[in-house]
Ligand binder design. Structure first.
Ligand code: GLY
Length: 348
């Protein structure tokens, strides 16, 4: 078992290991005084782990809220249903939510926890690679609006993140691969050694070591810039175009695949702008391919540009693009939106 301590507006532990779910109640009792716990999950994850988690919380009164799996559920309607469910079940300000699932479950539950009674505690129990290395850590919570992804949200740190690696064994191959885009992202951003391990091992990477390393890297970023005013924006490597690809596909293309394509595109752009070498851009493209992830998009630069315009990372007339300089270091490049269409074309 590995523990990573996160230092932010609220300090908490990320516990990573095997066979952790049956011990959730013990971990939870160390961080909150809840009497009642609402377990929030989706229709894919609940049948797999709902009973284990409910049994693990036998010392508490538990209620469960299960919604249809998929990004299309991460909306205002599900969010309001969840808030009403919490109120009907009389959860108080000292009670707690448990987010059992991937990024959609974690983001939605976190946003409900941030706003129900002006904020109650919640625990993240990530069951996908993407949630384990990225969305469960750092306190970003959100739902999507009709105009774009994650447009309504709040910063609200969890009280605990419990990452049971055994839950990853049940993931469909494409969902597992999808999360690996975020792991590759950490290598490109911060750690050439991690990147080289991924190049060497491919999908057979050391799960405990790699996931722990990504969480440590995220912990460091969150400690330096919890509220996303500077360096944390680097975690959006590949995301501006990635969110555009997701939106253009009406969310048929998954987050990780879209981010992978976005990462390859900004790497080619960085190469053409003379910011990174051809071998750097090629290594990024090759490792994405080795993981079975896409490295380009079928949408035109014009279509992607239109979607990028509604991205929340846009600030006035500029968008902060994250561009690799070398494996292990990227720069934040404020980019005039009038240049975006041409830049996207350069990256295709
Ligand atoms: N997922 C990016 C961040 O947490 O900042």
């Amino acid at each position: 078992m590995k523990t990573v301590e996160v230092t932010a507006s609220k300090n908490y532990r990320v516990v990573i290991g095997n066979a952790l779910l049956p011990h959730l109640g013990d971990f939870l009792s160390q961080v909150c005084k809840a009497q009642k716990i609402a377990i929030v999950s989706d229709s894919n994850v609940w049948p797999l782990f709902g009973k284990t988690v409910t049994d693990a919380l036998a010392g508490y009164e538990t209620v469960s809220f299960v919604f249809p799996a998929g990004e299309e559920s991460k909306n205002g309607a599900t969010y309001l249903r969840l808030l009403n469910f919490l109120a009907e079940n009389k959860l108080t300000g000292s009670d707690c939510l448990v987010a059992l699932g991937g990024g959609v479950v974690g983001d939605l539950t976190g946003f409900a926890a941030a706003t129900y009674r002006r904020g109650i505690a919640y625990v993240q129990v990530p069951t996908t690679v993407l949630a384990a290395v990225d969305s469960s850590v750092g306190g970003k919570t959100a739902i999507d609006l009709d105009s774009g992804k994650n447009l309504a949200g709040a910063f609200h740190q969890p009280s605990l993140v419990l990452c049971d690696l055994d839950t990853l064994n049940t993931l469909p191959k494409d969902i597992f691969r999808d999360g690996c885009a975020e792991i590759i992202k950490y290598g490109v951003l911060y750690d050439e050694g991690l990147f080289a391990h991924l190049e060497e091992k491919g999908l057979a990477f050391d799960r405990k070591q790699v996931i722990s390393r990504c969480v440590e890297l995220k912990r460091d970023v969150v400690a330096r810039d919890e509220f996303d005013r500077g360096e944390r924006q680097k975690l959006n490597l590949g995301h501006t175009l990635g969110h555009g690809i997701e939106a253009c596909s009406h969310y048929e293309i998954s987050h990780g695949s879209a981010v992978a394509a976005g990462m390859a595109m900004v790497s080619r752009l960085a190469q053409k702008l003379g910011i990174c070498s051809a071998s750097c851009a090629l290594r990024i493209e090759q490792v994405l391919k080795a993981f079975g992830l896409p490295t380009n998009s079928q949408f035109s630069a014009k279509e992607l540009y239109q979607c990028a315009l509604s991205d929340k990372k846009r600030s006035g007339a500029t968008v902060n693009l994250i561009l690799p300089e070398k494996i292990g270091f990227c720069r934040i490049a404020p980019t005039d939106i009038t240049k975006m269409e041409a830049y996207i074309e350069m990256g295709r």
